[in-house]
Design a protein. Structure first.
Length: 278
């Protein structure tokens, strides 16, 4: 049931923390987002540098200190996010909630699995820290527009891929008939279809090449067709993207209850759970 009026005294702190952490409409919120974005980028860079053998040997202690510094900060941030939303479990099981948990979980798991035989497992857990980069999605509101554009163009893309699939089968069968008797590369229709896909997408590995004049002529046509075909899905998605972008007029405000974002500028209630917005 949606609440109304000013928040009670005991909820004012939660309201303030929520405004700073989840929204960017205030100077404090913008500052928090900027600091968080920088720390995420630096932490991911540290993970990458730590995988370089010589650097790990020379700066192992520094990497350890930095890693625990990032872990403590992101842990506090995660707990504050759970504290300031009215439905913590809903946020914890959301995409962002799971990513936030994965950003800190490996460091703590390494503490409880210290024995030598688990070394490889610990290394795998530590690599999961790269999930921190997905925390950047908090700052990309346009990501929802892109996803919606992909959903809207799903039917057109499906038709396009079906057409391309039929086309490469036909081209592969044709090239098998032309090259199959004299070229070991086109030893079967599936191999010929593989060549058609590689050629049509303009990848051109060069592991299979036609030898006859007719085969080379068809190969040239397929290459030219490839440039035209690549433009089709790009045009479809781009058109849907422009359409969705024009329709999107959202704010950075997040629901205090379920943590959902992407609300219209004039929205008074969350479109996902129905509770009142801040």
């Amino acid at each position: 049931m949606a609440d109304s009026g000013e928040p009670s005294g005991k909820n004012k702190l939660r309201e303030r923390i929520h405004e700073i952490i989840f929204e960017a409409d205030t100077p404090e919120g913008k500052l928090f987002d900027t600091v968080l974005l920088i720390l995420i980028a630096v932490s991911v860079l540290v993970v990458m540098l730590e995988s370089v053998g010589p650097l790990q040997e020379e700066y192992a202690e520094l990497f350890s200190v930095l890693e625990w510094g990032f872990t403590i900060f992101f842990t506090i941030e995660y707990l504050l996010r759970l504290y300031c939303v009215y439905w913590p479990l809903k946020y914890a099981t959301s995409f962002f909630g799971i990513v936030d948990l994965l950003a800190v979980l490996p460091s703590y798991m390494a503490l409880v699995l210290p024995t030598a035989q688990y070394f490889l497992i610990i290394r795998a857990f530590r690599l999961i820290r790269i999930f921190r980069i997905f925390k950047m999605a908090h700052f990309i509101n346009e990501g929802d527009i892109i996803l919606q554009a992909l959903r809207s163009s799903r039917a057109k893309i499906t038709v396009f891929l079906t057409f391309v699939s039929l086309l490469v089968i036909i081209i592969g069968a044709l090239m098998y008939l032309i090259e199959g008797g004299s070229n070991d590369g086109f030893s079967s229709i599936p191999r010929s279809v593989y060549w058609a896909i590689v050629t049509l997408t303009t990848v051109g590995y060069g592991d299979i090449t036609p030898l006859t004049s007719v085969g080379q002529f068809i190969s040239a046509i397929v290459m030219i067709m490839g440039y035209a075909i690549i433009a089709v899905p790009t045009g479809i998605v781009s058109a849907e993207f422009v359409s969705e972008y024009r329709k999107s007029q959202v704010t950075t405000q997040a629901c205090r209850y379920c943590g959902s974002e992407g609300h219209d500028k004039d929205a008074a209630f969350c479109k996902y759970c129905g509770e009142s917005l801040n």
